[in-house]
Design a protein around this ligand. Structure first.
Ligand SMILES: Nc1ncnc2c1ncn2[C@@H]1O[C@H](COP(=O)(O)OP(=O)(O)OP(=O)(O)O)[C@@H](O)[C@H]1O
Length: 267
């Protein structure tokens, strides 16, 4: 298996005279969780849209599994093997479909489970994997909380046995108290199924214990990229440092130490 699974190479996108992203290059490797982090307007969505073919970049290429993403066959394969979890759990699930239909649709479309009974059994297993249960099969999205809806969206995504999950701010719309639970479901699923995950976030706190490596975007350009240890313990770019400074630290002793270091470095 290749270790480089999904690669953005020199992606640039302009809207009129405004450059939304410029020369954005990074690689999602097999089996890793890669964070794409930056403030609102830094170009995260534009990058994702270019990656998944919703926006045509003005320059740059996207490769999947070592081949440029070009032509119908390549895109067809990519669309099955790379699944998305979106930000808004209230908009991303069809309100007229039951959970069994939502999660089972991909199984039907891709011919993974050809019978209704087979799909129901498979959906029951998938719901169990994300912490829901068989009693939820015939319920509609409106009767679930935001966190539960994201669990349904994750079940839908993993149903078609993808290699890649692209999670576009999947916990940003959720209460802080449930964010960690959904992040944990993604982490556990990723490990169990050997998935590669691209996790988009505007907040470095959310991805701290999830990502193996991070790409930090600032005003459409990559400020820096590196391993979790490099980014959190030894950030090089001033922009990364300012993002980290905005991260609340739950440990009061660590917070005192951080303030002390900040004062020292400001002298
Ligand atoms: N269709 C468009 N037309 C014009 N400008 C756009 C368009 N889409 C995005 N932009 C601009 O490009 C820049 C990057 O936007 P993008 O949505 O990629 O950022 P983001 O990091 O995803 O922000 P957010 O977290 O708020 O979604 C922003 O300044 C935005 O206003």
């Amino acid at each position: 298996m290749r270790s480089d699974l999904l690669t953005a190479d020199g992606l640039t996108k302009r809207y009129g005279r405004f450059t939304a992203i410029e020369d954005v290059s990074f690689t999602l490797r097999a089996g890793e969780v890669l964070g794409l982090v930056g403030e609102s307007g830094s170009g995260k969505s534009t990058t994702v849209r270019c990656l998944v073919g919703l926006t045509k970049p003005d320059a740059g290429t996207v490769s999947y599994d070592g081949e440029p993403l070009q032509g119908r066959a390549a895109w067809h394969r990519f669309r099955r093997e790379a699944q998305m979890v979106f930000q808004d759990p209230y908009a991303s699930l069809n309100p007229r479909m039951t959970v069994a239909e939502i999660v089972g649709e991909g199984l039907r479309v891709h011919g993974i489970e050809r019978t209704a009974a087979g799909r129901r059994a498979r959906v029951t297993t998938l719901l169990g994997q994300v912490g829901l249960d068989a009693g939820d099969l015939d319920r509609y999205p409106r009767s679930f909380s935001g966190g539960q809806r994201q669990r349904i969206a994750i079940a839908r995504a993993i149903a078609v046995e993808p290699r890649v999950l692209i999670c576009d701010e999947p916990v940003s719309a959720l209460d802080v108290s449930v964010q960690a639970q959904v992040v944990n479901v993604l982490r556990d699923m990723g490990r169990e199924l050997g998935l590669s995950i691209l996790f988009i976030a505007h907040d470095l706190a959310v991805v701290r214990y999830l990502c193996d490596r991070l790409v930090v975007l600032d005003q459409g350009r990559i400020a820096e990229q590196g391993t979790r240890e490099q980014i959190y313990d030894n950030p090089q770019a001033p922009y990364t440092r300012s993002l980290l400074a905005a991260v609340p630290i739950p440990d009061p002793a660590a917070e005192r130490e951080r303030r002390h270091r900040q004062k020292e470095s400001a002298r």
